[in-house]
Design a protein around this ligand. Sequence first.
Ligand SMILES: NC(=O)c1ccc[n+]([C@@H]2O[C@H](COP(=O)([O-])OP(=O)(O)OC[C@H]3O[C@@H](n4cnc5c(N)ncnc54)[C@H](OP(=O)(O)O)[C@@H]3O)[C@@H](O)[C@H]2O)c1
Length: 336
Amino acid sequence: MEKSILDNKTILVTGGTGSFGHCFTEYVLEHYNPKKIIIYSRDEFKQFTMANEKVYKEHADKMRFFIGDVRDGARLERACENVDYIVHAAALKQVPACEYNPDEAIKTNINGAQNVINAALKTGVKRVVALSTDKAVDPVNLYGATKMVSDKLFIAANAYAGSKDINFSIVRYGNVAGSRGSIIPLFKTLAERGEKELPITDFRMTRFWISLPEGVELVLKALSEAKGGETFISKIPSFKITDLAEAMYPGIATKEIGIRPGEKLDEVMVTKEDAPNTYEYEKHFIVYPQMSFSHEIEIAPGGKRVPEGFYYSSGNNTEWMRVEDIRARLSEAVEH
Ligand SMILES: NC(=O)c1ccc[n+]([C@@H]2O[C@H](COP(=O)([O-])OP(=O)(O)OC[C@H]3O[C@@H](n4cnc5c(N)ncnc54)[C@H](OP(=O)(O)O)[C@@H]3O)[C@@H](O)[C@H]2O)c1
């Protein structure tokens, strides 16, 4: 990837105080040479805490903190002035919270996406990369459904670009290893509390393993290579939840407690319906849009169209992490 892509560029990160935002900002400050990174989020305390962390203090000349809500289009527009790239990470993302507060999930995840698109189109932003999730694929809960709508809004936004030098793309990944509320911190809490058995909703359950830096690298790839409308998906290994329990606490007993509403046995990244528009590259897949915009869809070189009926899920993956592999990577799954 071209190291120069962020040279002298101003990047706005919505949800920049979150787990992804922290990792992205730190990674960019360490490896690239941006002009400015603007953190856009609501909570002043999270911004204050972030601004006072060593890495951001050392780069204070490049850091800007904007209080703002993605629901507030006018504020977003103000924040986007002179911005080159937007990475849209702000979201309500807890499945139960979205189920219980559907209007709030819609306002942040859907109306927020519309506001980001409008602000980008009005202000001369050149690239927008929005974060998606496996839960947006064949959604079975409101969080996933709002992210699916958000993905579609960003893909369709390419049609409004006209002659403007702007494009919108998506990066999709699943649960980040160690992220708050996920299985690794849950197992840790239970084991530290002295529980003798770890609960697993279904022993057949599988997941992809992705670290935050891997997610960040995919976003940077999208920023540098997207032509508009692509969904970028990493090729990453899968693991069984039963193997994760064994890797974390060898010999510990597990009990099956039954699948939860809205939970899937496997994480799905590419569906059979996506297959006709999906190309496989060495380290990732790209799902191209089904429609063309003002320009023809450009297929990135080096890709191979996936066969009919192809789908990519943590259950049918060809790359697996066994107990020892998981154990070797547990240290990267720090809670965030
Ligand atoms: N974590 C995962 O495992 C995972 C997996 C796949 C995809 N994703 C996607 O990755 C993105 C980032 O996730 P994350 O793990 O970094 O989330 P996170 O740690 O919960 O951070 C969310 C960020 O969004 C901000 N935010 C929330 N509502 C906002 C609003 N209305 N306006 C402006 N900012 C708002 C929050 O700050 P304030 O509360 O201060 O506003 C915070 O900075 C999300 O789009 C998520 O769907 C995450």
